[in-house]
Design a protein around this ligand. Sequence first.
Ligand SMILES: Cc1cc2nc3c(=O)[nH]c(=O)nc-3n(C[C@H](O)[C@H](O)[C@H](O)COP(=O)(O)OP(=O)(O)OC[C@H]3O[C@@H](n4cnc5c(N)ncnc54)[C@H](O)[C@@H]3O)c2cc1C
Length: 298
Amino acid sequence: MEWKGIKGTILHGVPMKRYTSMRVGGQAAYLVYPADEPDLARVLDQMRERNISYRFLGNGTNVIVSDRGLDEALIRITRMKRIRYTKTKDGALAEVSGGVSLRAFIKDAAEKGLSGLEKLYWIPGTVGGGIKMNAGSFDQTISDTLQDMRIIDARHTISLIEKSALNFTYRDSPIGPCDCVVSARFALKARDKKDILKDMDYVYGERKKRHPMEYPSAGSIFKGVNGQSAWQFVERAGLKGFSVGGARVSEKHTNFIVNMGSAKAQDVKDLIDRIKKEVYEKLGVTLKEEVELWGFDA
Ligand SMILES: Cc1cc2nc3c(=O)[nH]c(=O)nc-3n(C[C@H](O)[C@H](O)[C@H](O)COP(=O)(O)OP(=O)(O)OC[C@H]3O[C@@H](n4cnc5c(N)ncnc54)[C@H](O)[C@@H]3O)c2cc1C
């Protein structure tokens, strides 16, 4: 069956280790890059006609795909890149496509003297992935400045949804697996560009000091527990530097699992399970994943 009138790119049998920051994982049946919004709608319609299930992939910095891979299609809207600013009384309303890199957006806003997201600088995801995960750092979350977003849902309807209509919680949002954040608007405040850039430099410096940026990873593996960061429990359970195959608990930050070069997705999964077991047995604490595990048996 031919794909009809798709202007973007459709790839078949794509190794996920190339598209995820953990650099592990088997093939996804399809990887689709719609060219624009009407193209996205056409892709979704044809997925439905062919009975192909799908998910949305941003920069793949919070997902770990199994070695077996995925039978479904992954849709990336990273070619739909638009940032538009409308002046407000005290700054601007920034409308951004969901596939734009968060880092690029924050930098662009800073250049215009617009503040509100600088503490999220260097989170390696996209705007859409960030909203889905309610990404945050240094006590700032993406939902703090989010005003509203346009979402295309499982019935392929586009709606404008106010932030206040949704319940954003710690590293979580009610955005479903078949919902796509096509674009979002952020209420940013005017601030001296030099001060914004200074904050961004500070954030980058701290992240470089604390995070093992020199190895592939998926960022924090576990969510914090009752306001306490998960790394403390992993460290107290004596798991700093503990390895399974090519996956290791980072010595620099014990809530990061790093790929030492040859890790399989199963090594990462086995290490996650081992950490949860040890932390529970030694400290009575139940850790929950912040990363999403795709294609592993339940
Ligand atoms: C080195 C490193 C440091 C990190 N530091 C932080 C940090 O400080 N704070 C933090 O919160 N996170 C951090 N992360 C995790 C990660 O970057 C964030 O969760 C980020 O928001 C994920 O965005 P993404 O585009 O990569 O999403 P993906 O990993 O591609 O996807 C994550 C989820 O979002 C969904 N999704 C993706 N795009 C869309 C869209 N357009 N519409 C709807 N759903 C979508 C996916 O289906 C999936 O459910 C870090 C990761 C790394 C590797």
